[in-house]
Design a protein around this ligand. Sequence first.
Ligand code: ZN
Ligand code: ZN
Length: 473
Amino acid sequence: MLLDVGLADERTDAADEVVGAIERIVDDVDPPTTPLWRGSSSPGPPETIVAIERLDACRKGVVVAARAYLYVSRRTIIILHTMKGVVYQGEHHVEVDEVDEPTLQGPNDAIIDITTTCICGSDLHMYEGRTDAQPGIVFGHENMGIVEKVGDGVDDLEVGDRVVAPFNVACGHCKNCEEGKTGFCLNVNPDGDVPAGGAYGYVGMGPYQGGQAEKLRIPYADFNALKLPGEPEDEYEQSFALLADIFPTGWHGTELADLQPGESVVIFGAGPVGQMAAYSAKIKGASKIYIVDRVEARLELAAEHTGAVPINFEEGDPVEQILSDFGDEVDKGVDAVGYQALDPDTDVGSDAYDPARENPAVVLNQLIDVVKPKGQLGIIGLYVPSDPGAPDEMAAQGRLGIDFGKLFEKGQQLGTGQCDVKKYNRYLRDLIAEDVADPSFVVTHEAGLDEAPDLYERFDDRDEDVLKVLLKP
Ligand code: ZN
Ligand code: ZN
């Protein structure tokens, strides 16, 4: 809990006034604890920084902790509050830390109070040290909340609006954004390996603090925030939160595969995104849906809510199982697994997920095998150009042993890449709001931020009970 010094958003040209205000608050506190506050002042042009390092106090038996930094820059003083956020510390280690509260950095920004933020399977790639993510990243790219502040240039949003933010950060006016390819915006990630596409709280996706925290800054807010009907914590809260990523991403898989009503489709992966792909296939009227995984509970969930036929790849080659059940190759396929795929030809060993069983090309090759000639593949599972934990040197550079000859021979097409969430989220929102779709069946946990480290660990261990975790800061 932050101690409000009462001047957070005010600008003043008198540094003494702010310091004095803090001292008065400190004097008010009864009984004081030690250290009550520590101030330091480093004078000198062009900036004088007065940092009140920590304010620990006990008032009416309630512990109030605050850390206020006063940046005195020329004649302007801004106080940056801190907030709680889920911070990456290194391999298999996140902590809930105090981090800087976001501020408006430009006229098109908005700040939202997070009501729901989700843990995503793609966060696990960073969590496991399987990316170039460095400690200090605040995780969280699936964010929803209430608008708390808007910049002067924001026209369509008002304080109090309920919004969900696509995990993509996009400008809205570059060549790709104009074509609806907002996952590959050309203006938001100048420093990435590929200078296209931005996201909150993700390695290589630009300088955007994640939303597994109390607040989030949304750049280009008119473009990036989707308004939602209803009230916070109503019966749609969980489903709307899934509009930030997994519902549109699952939908995108079926779009990349060009799935048409009446066609057959296989979805590899029954994690949250695979569930959403199967659910999208059901909504679109697929005649037959197969879903492939190794976790029985996930397969059963998909069968129950999407009508998919479950295929457990630990019980035999999934391609053979599908061919024998269906009697033919399927029309379309979706990869909702990505580069950390397990090879069914390896020993099962213990029940725990074992990286030694990985073969990053296995699902792609299974898809090429099981989808018909001229069929289409939607690759939404994540693949990376650099994988420090890869099983071999080629894979470490993102180079995979794909059966490209067979793909060519079968004349298949494949679509790849992260989802352009904005292309779909408005329409999927309306499916939810009109009670046509309810993707919330994947949600297994709602928890406070403090429980995030434990839930990351359990999700990473592929704990069968943990499928989709929603955090409530
Ligand atoms: Zn996600
Ligand atoms: Zn753009």
